[in-house]
Ligand binder design. Structure first.
Ligand SMILES: [Zn+2]
Ligand SMILES: [Zn+2]
Length: 278
């Protein structure tokens, strides 16, 4: 498979107007894109269109709903950042540096594992109510501008040892149903943004042989559901390390399945990077 980097930012249609939090997710009318006039008028037309959209659907903070930015400074500062010096160096669990309650033998055995299939994991923030609001606003309410905000946090918490010229960034692909529902692959956009910030190439390496919705399953159920549910794309190769990106890690079952599929495709060390972690 070609190592060529995916275009960043990905060539996608422009972000849908953000919806107001707390309102029913009823479809809102989106102005139809009009053919753009040539020359200087094109920029003016774009600015006017953006002004109309901003007036009709003002940008609001994903957490506090105040108008102004997709994540206001106050809410950004209040996110529960995971200090890597307190976190587990193996799985990235907050407060797990001395004794990890997540990747110890008992917890791994509960998931049917003897060891983590990825070399190291890291996450930017703890999955509290605010972080959950950011994730939901990003991927389920279509505020795609949050991808760059989340990616900046993720790139900052990726250990420097992960970054080498051969390192590829990839993502856990959304299920076909989720992608159709959202109109974009949230993991792909995050991964491409992270790769751009780290100066690495982003490449799709994984596929979903069967759809699997993890949201209502227990820890053991998630592990069983994810086992074999991700596979390497045919012909995918990774000459070095791979950083696999996802938005949230809860039990880690998805990241484990991704790491196993990547290892089967010959990837070097696999690192797991998420925005939030339960
Ligand atoms: Zn806010
Ligand atoms: Zn751990």
């Amino acid at each position: 498979m070609s190592r060529s980097a995916l275009a960043y930012p990905p060539s996608r249609p422009p972000a849908a107007p953000p919806t107001r939090r707390g309102r029913p997710a009823a479809p809102t009318p989106v102005p139809r894109p009009q053919p753009e006039p040539a020359g200087r008028g094109r920029r003016a037309a774009r600015l006017l269109r953006e002004a109309v959209v901003e007036t009709a659907w003002p940008t609001r903070c994903a957490v506090c709903d105040e108008p102004g930015a997709v994540l206001c400074d106050r809410c950004a500062d209040a996110l529960a950042v995971i200090d890597r010096w307190d976190a587990c160096p193996r799985c990235g669990a907050p407060w797990g540096r001395v004794q990890c309650s997540e990747c110890n033998p008992v917890m791994l055995a509960a998931s049917g594992r003897e060891a983590l299939p990825y070399a190291e994991g890291a996450a930017a923030v703890i999955l509290d109510e605010a972080a959950r609001a950011v994730v939901v606003t990003y991927k389920d309410r279509g505020e795609r501008r949050l991808a760059s905000v989340m990616a900046a946090r993720m790139a900052a918490c990726a250990p420097p040892a992960w970054v080498a010229p051969e390192t590829l960034v990839t993502f856990v692909p959304a299920s076909g149903a989720a992608r159709r529902r959202r109109g974009f692959d949230h993991g792909e956009e995050l991964a491409c943004a992270v790769a751009g910030l780290l100066g690495l190439a982003c490449a799709p390496l994984l596929r979903r042989p069967r759809a699997a919705d993890q949201r209502r399953l227990s820890r053991a159920g998630r592990a069983a559901n994810m086992a074999g549910s991700l596979a390497a794309l045919p012909g995918a190769t990774a000459p070095g390390a791979v950083i696999v990106v996802d938005d949230v890690a809860t039990t880690g079952a998805t990241l484990c399945a991704a790491a196993e599929a990547l290892a089967a495709a010959g990837a070097g060390p696999v690192y797991a990077l998420t925005f939030a972690r339960a």
